[in-house]
Design a protein around this ligand. Structure first.
Ligand code: FMN
Length: 215
């Protein structure tokens, strides 16, 4: 006679329906394909259209599902719409001249131009000031990175290209002023999203053995 498990057992039908995929299931190969095929697409290769409102909402919701110790939400994102790109361009240009008063007109123009590239551009801000509960700064930075990676993967899954851009202007006071950064907040990078106009060959990812060991 077959063995019948009681309904409350760990092996009840409800429990056994929770399926942990192994490496041969479509779910894990989808995740593998999505993650390993994502690549940085530089902003100059990101054309219109960018994500629409509901796609962008989905991208932000993916950030909200990042691991977050203490649920302190140590990230925020500031979208720079097209009609505000000139303000950012000015910050890039003046921050360059602050750093290098001898910058040529051509270099200043190139700095300005960077603000006008991707259809969707946003600043990634890390909130690293006093928080309750007091989660270590490095843990909060891991959360910010995880949120950003979720967003890159979501955009990639939607069929868009994306990239992260930073540079010395990130640390400038002019940048802090434009984005109204508060004490404890840091401008980490810009996240760019759009339609891929041209793709480079994907870089070779490092071998697992180069970064994994067993104690
Ligand atoms: C916070 C952050 C900022 C970055 N800023 C730049 C940047 O300004 N310019 C750049 O070429 N790559 C930058 N990168 C690296 C690219 O995003 C990308 O990860 C790298 O070129 C490797 O390419 P892949 O993502 O296609 O593997 C940055 C990465 C991070 C995590």
């Amino acid at each position: 006679m077959g063995h019948v498990e009681p309904e409350t057992s760990l092996f009840s039908p409800i429990q056994t329906s929770v399926h942990v995929p192994d490496s041969s299931t479509p779910t894990s190969s989808f995740a593998d394909a999505l993650i390993t095929s994502r690549q940085n697409i530089s902003p100059k290769r990101l054309a219109e259209p960018g994500p629409n409102f509901s796609q962008l909402d989905q991208i932000f919701r993916s950030a909200a599902s990042a691991p977050d110790h203490g649920l302190v939400k140590p990230w925020r994102f500031v979208i720079v719409p097209q009609d505000k790109r000139a303000l950012l361009a000015e910050v890039f240009a003046v921050a360059l001249v602050d750093r290098d008063p001898g910058a040529t007109l051509e270099q200043i123009e190139a700095a300005r131009e960077k603000a006008h590239r991707a259809p969707t551009l946003m600043l990634v801000v890390a909130q690293l000031g006093v928080c309750e509960p007091p989660i270590p700064t490095m843990e909060r930075m891991v959360s910010v990175g995880a949120a950003v990676q979720n967003m890159l993967l979501m955009a990639h899954g939607q069929g868009f290209g994306s990239s992260l851009t930073s540079g010395q202007a990130m640390q400038s006071n002019r940048m802090r002023q434009l984005f109204d950064l508060k004490e404890g907040e840091e401008a980490i990078c810009f996240l760019n999203i759009g339609t891929v106009s041209k793709r480079k060959a994907q870089r070779r990812h490092p071998e697992v053995t180069s970064f994994v060991s067993t104690l």
